[in-house]
Design a protein around this ligand. Structure first.
Ligand code: FAD
Length: 564
């Protein structure tokens, strides 16, 4: 078992970047109380923070804090859940906590669940339990950065040692940024060059612990069991029966085993070749929810795939291989960590400034699967029901909402994904929305995913659409991607009248996509002229110019009216 931290502190000091695991004394006090603060990293295997918390200690307090910011029901939200998270993700998290609790019990401990603002709760526990060592996984998300600063401050003033290993990703984003002269690499290839082979890749990662020291006196801290969704104030509405993803490390490891058992499949894995319409047996691993919460270690995943690759003659390579997918994940973590305002257009130096519209009507039609384009609507139904969709399905709907058709701001689409995806991940979600909207990383805005022909290529009979949009189940295959073109007699026969049973398309794709390209061309030109630095006034001017030019082309309002 590997008990020493993999990432040691560096002498180089960067204000924003965490290169250091130890905030205080690396030779920590032994024989005292430690607190293991779980947030992500909901696992026993390859958990450096937990291993260190358990080393040479009298008592270990494994804590998870139910954060109202994340978990409190929000009746005003557009789907069941809290302000930030859909119920499907909340349920997945609670299942993951139950599984963690059960694993901890097998090791002689248990999970202590507390409720409240996490930094306040943790500071209270540190005082109440006389903690000398605090261990938690380093988190690059801005929300945790702020929380952690508060807790670390208190710990340092109180003489508590803090251990925060980087174990959510394959690499330490701060180290990659440092190697690149203080800036994140902005292309996948340059990221690969800087990253090289991870330094832990040849050592065997720990898969279990033999024992965890007991929990000490709980004093006045109010500790509960893992709550149910009902106890959190939700009605337990199951969107899918049975739910597609069961949260937790046990299930994650079972699924990883199942995927890697199929050696040929692993060796030949080649994205983006998979079929986005495959729903009975999806084309990829579907491990993203488990990576998101750290029920599965990305390092362990990486090693298992490497083992398979050693056993086969030929295998695919990054960027398309399975290892390549994990490296995409690290790439977005690194860029997200090193880019101020990564989750916004304004103030984000790597993001093109584009005069997106704020059309809430179009946004709601997209979000609620009412665009009238069956391929797009079926994907949005799958997203809401399953909390997961295939990568190319994500491409289709993100392109459609932004640069392809509706020209709605990518931040609005990002918010919808952030809420509905179980795997919703700050760095990866923002990174991919920047990519798909041609705001960063990818700039070929003339290459648009057709909401009609793209899906048809994979699924000519429309089985996927019929499954997720049963209202179209009897529509002949000639019209399944464009039902508004079906003669009324066929619509009647299919028991689906367009405009009554299923909406007319919200825009005309050919006109809308031409209009989007025109706007993007103008925005790109101005971004180039201004060297990417555009004021509010420049943006206003650009909007004005686009409206003035509108007589020569079409704008989204007119495109919409055509179909009303
Ligand atoms: P596999 O193909 O089996 O890949 C294995 C793992 O590699 C994934 O679980 C994931 O952790 C990582 N990975 C795969 N593709 C990517 C990618 N393009 N970028 C970064 N990491 C990747 N993924 C998320 O995990 N969370 C998100 O919030 C998220 N939002 C997205 C938003 C948009 C607009 C798009 C286009 C993609 C988004 N992705 C997101 C990336 C990708 O679609 C999912 O990671 C993938 O579909 C998950 O399925 P899987 O586990 O079967 O992937």
């Amino acid at each position: 078992m590997q008990l020493l931290p993999t990432f040691q502190s560096s002498s180089h000091t960067l204000t924003r970047f965490a290169l250091s695991c130890f905030d205080k004394n690396p030779n920590m006090t032994s024989g005292s109380n430690s607190l293991m603060w779980f947030r992500k990293g909901l696992r026993i295997h390859d958990n450096q923070a937990l291993e260190y918390a358990a080393k040479d200690c009298n008592y270990v307090y494994p804590v998870f804090v139910i954060d109202p910011h994340y978990m409190k029901p929000d009746p005003a939200a557009f789907s069941p859940g809290s302000n930030l998270a859909g119920l499907t993700r909340i349920r997945f998290l609670l299942e993951s906590l139950l599984d963690l609790d059960s694993s901890l019990r097998k090791l002689g401990s248990r999970l202590l669940v507390l409720h409240g603002e996490p930094s306040d709760v943790v500071i209270r526990c540190l005082k109440e339990w006389d903690i000398k060592r605090l261990c938690f996984e380093y988190d690059t998300d801005p929300y945790y950065q702020a929380l952690d600063a508060k807790v670390k401050n208190y710990a340092s003033e109180s003489g508590i040692d803090v251990f925060t290993p980087v174990s959510h990703t394959l690499f330490n984003p701060a180290e990659i940024i440092e190697k690149n002269g203080g800036k994140p690499p902005l292309s996948y290839q340059s990221f690969l060059k800087l990253a090289g082979e991870p330094n832990w890749s040849i050592s065997s990662l720990s898969t279990t612990l033999s024992v965890i020291p007991p929990i000490g006196d709980l004093g006045n801290c109010e500790v509960s069991e893992v709550p149910t969704v009902e106890e959190l104030g939700y009605e337990d509405i199951q969107e899918v029966d049975p739910p597609l993803f069961k949260g937790g490390e046990s299930e994650a490891l079972r699924r990883l085993q199942e995927s890697t058992n199929n050696k040929e499949w692993v060796a030949k894995f080649e994205k983006p070749k998979g079929d986005p319409s495959a729903f009975i047996k999806p084309a990829t691993t579907m491990l993203s929810p488990y990576l998101k919460f750290g029920c599965l270690s990305s390092r362990y995943f990486y090693q298992r795939v490497k083992e398979v690759q050693k056993e086969v003659k030929n295998h695919t390579s990054p960027p398309v291989s399975l290892i390549g997918q994990l490296l995409w994940r690290d790439f977005f973590y690194t860029v997200g960590f090193g880019t101020p305002n990564f989750d916004h257009m304004r103030g984000n130096t790597i993001c093109k400034q584009i005069p997106w519209n704020d059309d809430d009507e179009l946004l709601a039609a997209w979000r609620d699967a009412r665009t009238g384009f069956p391929w797009i609507d079926a994907i949005m139904v799958q997203l809401r029901k399953w909390g997961w969709i295939h990568h190319l399905a994500r491409h289709s709907v993100a392109c459609f909402l932004t640069r392809g058709d509706l020209f709605v701001h990518w931040e609005k689409g990002r918010d919808v994904f952030e809420r509905l995806l179980i795997d919703s991940d700050w760095a990866i979600n923002n990174g991919n929305w920047l990519w798909l909207s041609c705001s960063s990383f990818f700039y070929q805005y003339n290459r648009i995913y057709s909401p009609i022909s793209f899906g048809k290529k994979y699924d000519p009979t429309g089985a996927y659409i019929r499954h997720f949009l049963p209202v179209l189940k009897d529509m002949p295959k000639e019209y399944i991607y464009e039902p508004w073109k079906a003669p009324l007699s066929i619509q009647t026969q299919a028991k689906c009248i367009i405009g009554i049973d299923y909406p007319k398309p919200v825009i005309c794709h050919d006109d809308a996509s031409k209009e989007c390209k025109r706007k993007l061309a103008a925005a790109y030109e101005l971004n180039k002229k201004m060297n990417g630095v555009m004021s509010d006034e420049d943006m206003k001017k650009l909007r004005r110019k686009l409206v003035e030019d509108q007589g020569k082309g079409t704008d989204s309002r007119r495109l919409k009216q055509k179909f009303k």
